[in-house]
Design a protein around this ligand. Structure first.
Ligand SMILES: CC(=O)SCCNC(=O)CCNC(=O)[C@H](O)C(C)(C)COP(=O)(O)OP(=O)(O)OC[C@H]1O[C@@H](n2cnc3c(N)ncnc32)[C@H](O)[C@@H]1OP(=O)(O)O
Ligand SMILES: O=CC(=O)O
Ligand SMILES: [Mg+2]
Length: 541
């Protein structure tokens, strides 16, 4: 037992297997810091999750989310965030990717400004990946990371002048089952934060950078306050100046879009920007408004950033950030490079159009999923940002006000049989990959991760719930879904080949997909039931 002020702190119980990197990642100091953070912040995190449920109950009963009357003064008054460090001023193109060793090296060497190393949407957080991912980032920060691909002998090492590193931690809803305190799993978010911060802050600061984080899936400014307290505690604990930790928050839930000023305010010492996490945002629109029959979304393919409700979100985020001196980051076009030149030309055209829309709106940077898109994205952002580091000068103050109605407006478009079948094939293949330990996969030429797959599966639940009629006149029911699922599993088998299909976990994936799609209540995150299966499936779980 260690002491936290006058309190005794329960130690952390390690439930995960010992791995090659365990010794240097899960040091005594790390376990002590985790115990301190768990003792202080695990119970308040449980209360925040409870508050999410309470708010959702009201929305389920007919209320709509909106700006909070109690925090109007924060929205009205003039104040600014503390500041942005030199190496975060210019973030015009950021690459994202899971914390696999080879990809970390490739991403840091990509022709981009920032690499967001992801423990979230693109990572299936098996114990092995969590521990190895931290070790990979320790080596990346030390500059010693290397990898040789056993399949072809190709060797990887860091080039000179790698991208700036930002670590994205898990969302507040996910537990880390392999680290327990008092019989309770630690929040995954605290584990990812604590390990990356503890092991790397000194090395990062000594080379003129710092402990930088992306925080995903926030739903309220009270959650931002919780993070501000975690940061303040950690800075004081390690003798750092307040505001040393720098953070960018994803605004990727519908409730959070109404609290952007408040989130910036709560985190004003630490925050440098907000990001339009469009895929989770679309998922959250479905989830939050799931009981509202007038706000059912059409086919995923037509819900693009040009749709008025998404364009309003992007523009309000830019205006809010720039007024406070914070960066307004854009999001991810899910396209990835194609092998055949004709498709590749179309991919580049679509990526260019997407990035142009963001840059024209005034975003300070954008995301890419693959190094092969760096040049295209950089070309567009350079055109708009030029020699300046960012577009903080674009205020959007003269725009007409963006209201709750704009942010909540229904999205036009059809629900089609083709769209439903595509959603089924994508969701089942993604779930199969995730429960097998792979959180990001190319499917039909697009990057699919936890956020994009959530849209596919939640859409079908919503269409069943509201009796949506497809373009072919069919009523969406559970029976129709089950019939299509069986047919589409056969299509996937043909596409992938019997050997891959039979040696995979498609039965298990279909079972989970069926359960969450036919459930009376929409499952909050597919990764919650998925995590239990993942832990059993992965040998070190
Ligand atoms: C909604 C959101 O949250 S978006 C953020 C989360 N999502 C992501 O981060 C997506 C990250 N992207 C990826 O994981 C990958 O691009 C995938 C899985 C979609 C496709 O990967 P692959 O099938 O390996 O693509 P491909 O074969 O074309 O890769 C070519 C090379 O680029 C590398 N590469 C591809 N994407 C990335 C990336 N994001 N970061 C670093 N390297 C990458 C591959 O490792 C490969 O390297 P190699 O030639 O040295 O072997
Ligand atoms: O995290 C990003 C998103 O689009 O979701
Ligand atoms: Mg997301």
């Amino acid at each position: 037992m260690t002491m936290l002020g006058a309190e005794a702190v329960q130690p952390i119980e390690l439930r995960g297997a010992t791995l090659p990197d365990s010794e240097r990642v899960l040091t005594t100091e790390a376990m002590t810091f985790l115990a301190e953070l768990g003792a202080r912040f695990a119970a308040p995190r449980a209360q925040l999750l409870q508050a999410r449920r309470q708010r959702q109950e009201k929305i389920d009963a007919g209320a709509l989310p909106g700006f909070l009357p109690a925090t109007e003064s924060i929205r009205k008054e003039d104040w600014q965030i503390l500041g942005i460090p030199a190496d975060l001023q210019d973030r015009r193109v950021e690459i994202t990717g899971p914390v696999d060793r080879k990809m970390v090296i490739n991403a840091l060497n990509a022709q981009v400004r920032v690499f967001m190393a992801d423990f979230e949407d693109s990572l299936a957080p098996s114990w092995e990946k969590v521990v190895q991912g931290q070790a990979n980032l320790m080596d990346a920060v030390a500059g010693t990371i290397e990898y040789t691909n056993p399949a072809n002998g190709k060797h990887y090492a860091l080039d000179e002048d790698p991208a700036v590193l930002i670590c994205r931690v898990r969302g507040l809803h996910l537990d880390e089952a392999h680290l327990q305190q008092d019989g309770q799993a630690l929040p995954g978010a605290l584990v990812d934060f604590a390990l990356y911060f503890l092991h790397n802050h000194q090395a990062l600061l000594s080379k003129g950078s710092g402990p930088y984080f992306y925080i995903p899936k926030l739903e309220s400014h009270l959650e931002a306050r919780w993070w501000a307290e975690v940061f303040a505690y950690s800075e004081e604990r390690f003798g750092l100046q307040p505001g040393t930790i720098k953070v960018t928050c994803l605004i990727e839930t519908l409730p959070a879009v109404f609290e952007m000023d408040e989130i910036l305010y709560e985190l004003r010492n630490n925050i440098v920007g907000l990001n339009c996490g469009r895929w989770d945002y679309i998922f959250s629109y479905i989830k939050t408004l799931k009981n509202h029959p007038d706000r059912v979304l059409p086919d995923r393919q037509v819900v693009t950033m040009e749709k008025p409700f998404l364009n309003a979100y992007s523009r309000l985020l830019i205006r809010t950030c720039h007024r406070r001196g914070a960066l307004a980051m854009g999001g991810m076009a899910a396209f990835i490079p194609a092998k055949d030149p004709e498709t590749q030309a179309k991919v580049l055209e679509k990526v260019t159009a997407d990035k142009e829309l963001e840059a024209r709106n005034g975003h300070d940077g954008t995301w890419i999923a693959h190094p092969g898109l760096a040049q295209t994205a950089m070309g567009v952002m350079d055109q708009y940002i030029g020699d300046a580091p960012n577009q903080l000068g674009v205020s959007r103050e003269s725009d007409a006000p963006i209201t709750a109605e704009h942010l909540l407006q229904p999205c036009e478009g059809q629900a089609t049989e083709q769209g439903m079948r595509a959603n089924i094939r994508i969701a089942v293949q993604y779930i199969e990959a995730w429960i097998s330990g792979n959180g990001c996969v190319p499917i039909y030429g697009l990057m699919e991760d936890a956020a994009t797959a959530e849209i596919s599966r939640a859409s079908i639940w919503q269409w069943i719930r509201h009796g949506t009629v497809l373009d072919n006149g069919q009523l969406v029911t559970q029976a129709l879904f089950e019939q299509m699922l069986n047919q589409e599993l056969e299509t996937v088998r043909q596409e992938l080949g019997g050997q891959r299909f039979d040696s995979g976990r498609f039965e298990q994936a279909a079972e989970l997909f069926r359960a969450i799609t036919c459930a009376e209540q929409l499952t909050d995150f597919l990764t919650l039931p998925g995590y239990e299966i993942l832990s059993k499936n992965t040998s070190n779980g």
